[in-house]
Design a binder for this molecule. Structure first.
Ligand code: HEC
Length: 247
């Protein structure tokens, strides 16, 4: 019995694990709406302008994005593509892995599946959790991803945040610093609510990129349920018809 309880606790542990970041901090809810095409379009725009210099989305093609975001291939090529890629090309970056290693000390990950190996809430919180830390190579650190190699590329938009800690004393008299909240050290060009919305759009776009079929599956699911409902009524009527002479 004991073993069973321990095994079942281990089974459900990962479900709770997603609620905290790598740094042990609580994650904010991303609250994305994948059915909102305007949000996907805005998110794609931010990604192309601010992230694609370093990150690729190699499992997504431009024309697939166009179809799902409600745009024509020509609109996507004109507004999003600044290289010689064509509409059927994958969304790759021009940065070479050797350069990434030299500049950031680590490879720059492809982000197509990032919301699946992390979670949408993780990505949303990560993009809001950069703070000033002069000890780091790019002057920033991140509470969700401690000692991250990525610079805060959205700093001009968000502004600079300072991390405020609380000191805790344990029974043995050791003090530990625990992250409490962020304080704005300087303003960015966006108001906090605007920054949140932008990061939400970006997270929605990355979540869509991780599973473009998701929207179609949800639409299909409705038809499947409708079919099952109609089929149930027919099957029930048939059953009544067959059994009415038996009694
Ligand atoms: C200047 C290059 C650069 C740009 C631009 C950039 N990143 Fe990064 N990013 C990195 C590097 C390098 C890492 C790996 C950090 C590490 O492992 O320490 C990373 C890591 C990440 C991760 C964590 C992946 C994981 O799970 O390990 C996410 C999420 C991410 N970036 C999102 C973004 C988004 C969204 C943008 C656009 C707003 C962006 N990045 C722009 C360089 C960049």
């Amino acid at each position: 019995m004991k073993k069973l309880i321990i095994a079942s606790m281990l089974l459900i542990a990962p479900a709770f694990g997603v609620a905290s970041g790598g740094g042990g901090v609580a994650l904010e809810s991303a609250n994305i709406n994948l059915a909102d095409q305007a949000s996907l379009q805005r998110g794609a725009q931010v990604f192309v302008n601010h992230c694609m210099g370093c990150h690729s989305l190699q499992y997504l093609r431009w024309n697939r994005l166009a179809a799902d975001a409600g745009l024509t291939d020509a609109q996507v090529m004109e507004n999003f593509v600044f290289t010689d890629a064509n509409a059927g090309s994958q969304m790759t970056t021009s940065m070479r892995p050797e350069e990434a290693e030299k500049w950031f000390g680590t490879a720059v990950p492809d982000l197509t599946l990032v919301t699946r190996w992390r979670s949408p809430d993780w990505v949303y919180s990560y993009l809001k959790s950069f703070y000033a830390d002069p000890a780091r190579p790019y002057g920033v650190n991140n509470t969700v991803f401690p000692d991250v190699g990525m610079p805060h590329v959205l700093q001009l938009l968000q502004g600079v945040q300072k991390a405020v800690y609380q000191e805790h004393k344990d029974a043995a008299g050791h003090t530990t610093k625990v992250f409490d909240h962020f304080e704005a050290a300087s303003k960015g060009s966006l108001a906090p609510a605007e920054y949140d919305r932008m990061v939400r759009d970006l997270t929605a776009f990355l979540t869509y990129a991780g599973e473009p079929m998701q929207l179609e599956r949800q639409r299909l699911g409705v038809y499947v349920l409708l079919f099952l409902a109609v089929f149930f009524v027919l099957a029930y009527a048939l059953k009544k018809e067959y059994w009415k002479d038996v009694h």
